[in-house]
Ligand binder design. Structure first.
Ligand code: AMP
Ligand code: MG
Length: 486
């Protein structure tokens, strides 16, 4: 390899310092002739990079594809385990993601698709262009919505073949997060009865990300029980946001659950088009374990796995149960608060729950487009025609009954327009939008990747000239099949 490239970043690498029980030091495997597919200026700004400097140079293209070492970084693959589709899967680990290190600003930088690691199992360590574009755009879109997520600095491509159902080409996403630690990292050491490593990991997470847990007055002052509660509360907030915006993750295995409550590992995810609470976005999920309306419950089940893993440190089962027990109410009140914002309700009232439920029932009955309904409601609140909202419903009588007997009485005919607008995006990354960007990118036209990235970075704003990206999905959208293959 050539000399290391100097990014101008200073590196800290605290995860690497935990030692060899947690990771394997290794280098990315190079890819031939890389090219830029997309870059995110807002993600770059987090790191203090801008495209005029090192970022955007040929050295950065090579380094972020894994072809050139970065001065001061400490590349590694971490080990974790997990439950997949409800079944203990044993050891997994970063099979294709390589953590370059942590910047002095506390951001970890990871290359996804950068080659084989000791945890690749039967995999090739690569990621294909289509799934990398989806992850890149989704990361920045979810951030744009104000939902906690890992970020994406850029995606680079190479014409090197990668074989899935058919031959495709390789890509690398540079992901950025304060931590990529998953529930599965804890499950890994608990399953091996490696209590020393389990404690090291928990202490690292508490000290770095949840320092308040040290001073908890509850759980007999037990910091690990406080950690469980804090992770549960963040997860509850995350799930409330997913459900409110109509986001389906698709693979909520415990190894895809962030200890920081971030949306992580974008695979077969989907922003719903027509509202269907039982929607299954992952073509491989034949049982519907990860159907849209199952997500809050699955998150709770995953927290139970985390609790089980932390139990040797917590020591007292009652503390663990109590910590875990805060999740359902936290989810419920966070979800209601989000839905109140979406409906533009001025304050909390006891009768809001039935209103929220009847609204969702109405949307489900009519298979109404989830994003367009809410945004038209915002337009109506701002003085627009009610007919635009009403016409979305195949059963006009049902809509009228909902509007006249429930919504209008509650809002006094005066819903808070600014509030509704700020809670209901005009733009979400629908499957067909990503698909169009992917098809063009395969022809080496990356302009739609950038157009979508830009629109989705401010999804609550109107973008004149780009109304078509906020329209109904075309008929062919329902035939898009997204599976775990990535
Ligand atoms: P996922 O369901 O995509 O989050 O992946 C589950 C596990 O499989 C993780 O440990 C990944 O690192 C690993 N994995 C997925 N795809 C590949 C691949 N192409 N090569 C190596 N490991 C992979
Ligand atoms: Mg994963």
């Amino acid at each position: 390899m050539t000399d290391a490239t100097d990014t101008g970043l200073r590196w800290n690498n605290r995860f690497a310092a935990l030692g060899p029980a947690f990771s394997t030091t290794l280098r990315p495997t190079p890819l031939p002739a890389p090219y830029w597919v997309g870059t995110s200026p807002p993600a770059a700004a987090l790191l203090g990079l801008d495209r005029g400097g090192w970022f955007g140079s040929d050295a950065s293209l090579q380094a972020l594809t894994g072809n050139l070492p970065i001065a001061g970084s400490h590349p590694l693959a971490s080990v974790y385990s997990g439950h997949q589709f409800g079944v203990w899967a044993g050891q997994l680990g970063d099979g294709r993601a390589i953590l370059l290190g942590e910047t002095a600003g506390g951001w970890e930088v990871q290359l996804k698709g950068a080659g084989r690691t000791p945890y690749s199992r039967m995999g090739d360590g690569r990621a294909v262009l289509r799934s990398s574009i989806r992850e890149f755009l989704a990361s920045e879109a979810v951030a744009g919505l104000g939902i906690p997520t890992t970020r994406a600095l850029c995606v680079t491509g190479s014409d090197a073949p990668v074989y899935r159902e058919e031959a495709e080409t390789a890509a690398v996403v540079t992901r950025v997060a304060q931590s990529f630690i998953r529930f599965g990292h804890f499950e890994h050491f608990a399953a091996r009865d490696d209590l020393a490593s389990l404690r090291t990991l928990a202490d690292y997470v508490v000290d770095r990300y949840y320092p308040d847990c040290r001073a908890t007055p509850r759980y007999g002052g037990n910091a690990y029980a406080a950690l469980l509660e804090a992770v549960g509360l963040r997860t509850a907030g995350l799930l409330a946001q997913w459900q409110a915006v109509g986001f389906c993750h698709g693979v909520m295995n415990t190894d895809n659950m962030s200890i920081l409550g971030l949306t992580i590992d974008y695979g077969p995810f989907q922003f719903m088009d027509a509202f269907n609470p039982r929607h299954i976005c992952n073509h491989s999920d034949t049982q519907g374990r990860y159907a849209f309306n199952q997500q809050p419950q699955v998150a709770y089940w995953n927290l139970l796995c985390l609790a089980q893993a932390l139990l040797p440190l917590i020591g007292d089962e009652e503390h663990a149960k109590a910590a875990l027990g805060t999740y359902p109410d936290a989810f419920g009140s966070a979800f209601d608060a989000r839905m109140r914002d979406k409906l533009g309700l001025p304050d909390a009232a006891a009768a809001d729950r039935p209103l929220i439920e009847s609204t969702l029932r109405l949307l489900a009955q009519g298979a109404v487009d989830y994003t367009i309904f809410w945004r038209r409601l915002a337009d109506f609140a701002a003085g627009g025609e009610l007919a635009a909202v009403r016409d979305l419903h195949p059963d006009r009588d049902a809509f009228d009954a909902w509007f006249d007997t429930q919504y209008r009485p509650r809002t006094g005919g005066q819903p808070d327009a600014a509030r509704i607008r700020a809670a209901n995006p005009r733009y979400v990354l629908r499957n067909h939008l990503g698909e169009v960007a992917i098809r063009r990118a395969r022809e080496k036209d990356f302009s739609e990747v950038e157009t979508l990235r830009r629109l989705l970075a401010s999804p609550y704003e109107d973008h004149p000239g780009f109304e078509d990206r906020a329209g109904f999905p075309p008929d062919w959208a329902t035939s898009i099949e997204i599976s775990c293959s990535s």
